[in-house]
Ligand binder design. Structure first.
Ligand code: BES
Ligand code: MN
Ligand code: ZN
Length: 508
C-alpha cells in the first residue's frame, strides 16, 4: 500500500472515498458537530439530515457512506467512540476498520482528513502515525495461498488542510518513518504465517541471509555440525526429532551512533511445536506453526532497526528448531548441556522453548557482552491464561529497561504487562539431577517459572523477557474481538514495540 501526506483539504482531492472521524454523540451536547460542516456542504445537506435522523451515532467501527451529488467521490464517516476514551489507538483502529469495511465496496484510493483525528492528547503527528499503521496493517491479509482475493485499498493519503498544512515537513517525516515500520510488520507477518513444511529452520536462515544482503547486515548461521562443536545441546536436543535440522541464526546491525549501547534481541523460533514425545492434543495443534513468532519478530526488529538507523548496536539471535516426536527425538528424563555448560533436566519435551533459548541467551551474553538483553517467545500457555490473547507478559530484572519497554508499548498500542520474578520461582526450577529443570511439579505460575529458568542463562546482564504466547497470533475464535489492525493469523507482535524502544534509546 502507498501512503502519502498531502497538504490540501481532503474534500478537494480525487479519491474513491474521503474519510472523516466523528465522535460518539453525547446527551449533553447533541448538536451537529462543527467538524462536519464541509462534509455537509459537499453533500448538499445530507450529512446533517442523517445526523438529525440519528443515523450517525459515532460508535467505534460505525461507517456511514454518502455519495456526493456531483459523484466526485464518496464521503465516509468513521465512528471514533467516546471523546473521553480517544487516543492514538482509536485512530489506528478507525483507519483499519475503514480499510477493511470499504475494500469489498470497490474502494481503491482513500483520503483521510487528518484534523478530524486530532484531539487534545493526540497531536497531529501521533494521529498521522496511527492512520498510517492502521491503514497498512488493517489492509494486510495473508494471500500467498489464495487464488482469488477481494482486492484491497491501494493508496491512502493523509490530508492536512488549512489547519495543519504548516506542519507538512514534520508530518511527512513522521509518516515516512511509520510507513517503514508498518511495511516491516507486513513483511514479518508474511514469514510468521508460513506453514511449518515451508518455514523450516533453514528457510528462516535463508530469510535472514537475504535480509542481510539487502540491508548490509552481518548474518551468521550455525548449522547442526557447528552447533555440536559449540556444545549447543538445547537446540540439538529439541531439533533431534525432525528431518529439518536446527539453526542458530545471528544478525548484526552495527548501530547508528558510535558510543551507543549494545542490545541483544533473542527469539524463540520453534517452526512447529507438536510437543514432541510429551505430545500435545490434536485440538488447535495447527496454531503451533506460530511458535516461531518470537524469532521472526527478531528478524523484523533487525529490519526496522537497520532501515531506521536506530542509535544502539543490535544483535538478533534466532533459536530455530522443529519439535517433533520420533526415533531420534529427545525424551523426558534426558539431561542436556546448553551452550556455556549449564545442564538442563528435561521433564517435559513440550517445554522446549526455554531449552532452545538457553543456548541462544547464553551465546548472546557470552559472545557479545551486551548492555541489555530482550527476548521474545511464545513460551507458555500460562501467559495466555493470565493475560489473554492481546497482552504480552514481561519479566524484567532491570527497571529502566522495563519502563522503556512499557513506554514503547503505550505509544505503539501493543499491550504489555510486567509480572514479578521471585526466589520462589527460582527455587521451583532447581534440578536434583542437573542445574535447572524445564518443567516443575507445581503447575502454578507457569509463565514465571519459565522466566526463572531463562534467567539462569542470562546471568547478571539487564534483561527483559517478553512472553508473547497470547498476542503473537489470532485465531478464528479470537480475531473478531481484536482491533481491526490484527488480521487472522500472525500479528508480528513486538516488532513495533521493540523498534520504538530502540529508536528512543540513547536519544535525549
Ligand atoms: N509453544 C508452547 C506455548 C504456547 C501455548 C504458545 C499456547 C502459544 C499458545 C510451549 O512450548 C509449551 O508447550 N509450553 C508448555 C510448558 C509446560 C509443558 C511446562 C505449556 O505452556 O503448557
Ligand atoms: Mn511446547
Ligand atoms: Zn513451544
Amino acid at each position: 500500500m502507498k501512503v502519502q501526506v498531502d497538504r490540501r483539504d481532503g474534500l478537494t482531492v480525487a479519491a474513491d472515498a474521503v474519510v472523516c472521524g466523528v465522535f460518539e454523540r453525547s446527551e449533553k451536547d447533541d448538536s451537529f458537530p462543527r467538524g462536519l460542516a464541509r462534509e455537509d456542504e459537499a453533500t448538499k445537506g445530507l450529512v446533517r439530515a442523517a445526523w438529525e435522523k440519528r443515523e450517525i451515532r459515532g460508535k467505534s467501527k460505525e461507517l456511514t457512506v454518502f455519495h456526493r451529488p456531483d459523484r466526485r467521490s464518496r464521503i465516509v464517516l468513521i465512528g471514533l467512540g467516546l471523546r473521553a476514551k480517544f487516543g492514538p489507538d482509536t485512530v489506528r483502529r478507525a483507519a483499519a476498520s475503514v480499510v477493511r469495511g470499504l475494500r469489498a465496496k470497490g474502494v481503491r484510493t482513500l483520503a483521510f482528513r487528518l484534523p478530524s483525528f486530532v484531539a487534545d492528547l493526540t497531536p497531529a503527528e501521533s494521529a498521522a502515525r496511527a492512520l498510517t499503521d492502521g491503514a497498512v496493517l488493517g489492509a494486510y491479509e495473508f494471500v500467498k495461498y489464495k487464488t482469488t482475493t477481494e482486492g484491497t485499498v491501494e493508496e491512502v493519503s493523509i490530508q492536512l488542510g488549512e489547519e495543519l498544512a504548516r506542519d507538512e515537513a514534520g508530518l511527512k517525516k513522521a509518516v515516512a518513518e511509520e510507513i517503514s515500520i508498518a511495511d516491516t510488520v507486513v513483511w514479518t507477518r508474511d514469514i510468521a504465517n508460513l506453514p511449518a513444511d515451508t518455514a523450516t529452520p533453514e528457510r528462516l536462515a535463508e530469510e535472514a541471509r537475504a535480509l542481510g544482503k539487502e540491508l548490509g547486515l552481518k548474518v551468521t548461521v550455525f548449522d547442526e555440525q557447528k552447533l555440536a562443536e559449540m556444545h549447543c545441546g538445547g537446540l540439538l536436543a529439541v531439533g533431534g526429532g525432525s528431518v529439518h535440522p536446527p539453526r542458530l541464526i545471528v544478525v548484526e546491525y552495527s548501530g547508528g551512533s558510535k558510543r551507543g549501547r549494545t542490545v541483544a534481541v533473542v527469539g524463540k523460533g520453534i517452526t512447529f511445536d507438536s510437543g514432541g514425545i510429551s505430545i500435545k492434543p490434536a485440538l488447535n495443534m495447527a496454531h503451533m506453526k506460530f511458535d516461531k513468532s518470537g524469532a521472526v519478530a527478531v528478524l523484523g526488529i533487525l529490519r526496522a532497526a537497520a532501515t531506521l538507523k536506530v542509535p544502539p548496536r543490535v544483535i538478533g539471535v534466532l533459536c530455530c528448531a522443529e519439535n517433533l516426536p520420533g526415533g531420534s527425538a529427545y525424551r523426558p528424563g534426558d539431561v542436556v548441556k546448553a551452550f556455556g555448560g549449564k545442564t538442563i533436566e528435561v521433564l517435559n519435551t513440550d517445554a522446549e522453548g526455554r531449552v532452545v533459548l538457553a543456548d541462544g541467551l547464553a551465546y548472546a551474553v557470552q559472545q557479545y557482552r551486551p548492555d541489555e538483553v530482550i527476548d521474545l517467545a511464545t513460551l507458555t500457555g500460562a501467559e495466555v491464561v493470565a493475560l489473554g490473547d492481546d497482552t504480552a507478559g514481561m519479566v524484567a530484572t532491570d527497571d529502566r529497561l522495563a519502563e522503556g519497554l512499557l513506554a514503547a508499548a503505550a505509544t505503539t498500542g501493543e499491550p504489555l504487562w510486567r509480572m514479578p520474578l521471585t526466589d520462589y520461582h527460582r527455587e521451583l526450577v532447581k534440578s536434583d539431577l542437573g542445574d535447572v529443570k524445564n518443567s516443575t511439579e507445581i503447575p502454578t505460575a507457569g509463565m514465571l517459572t519459565a522466566a526463572a529458568f531463562l534467567e539462569a542463562f542470562v546471568g547478571n546482564t539487564p534483561w527483559a523477557h517478553l512472553d508473547i504466547a497470547g498476542p503473537a497470533y489470532t485465531s478464528l475464535t479470537t480475531y473478531k474481538y481484536q482491533p481491526s489492525y490484527q488480521n487472522l493469523g500472525a500479528t508480528a507482535f513486538g516488532v513495533r514495540l521493540v523498534s520504538r524502544y530502540l529508536m528512543d534509546l540513547g536519544r535525549p
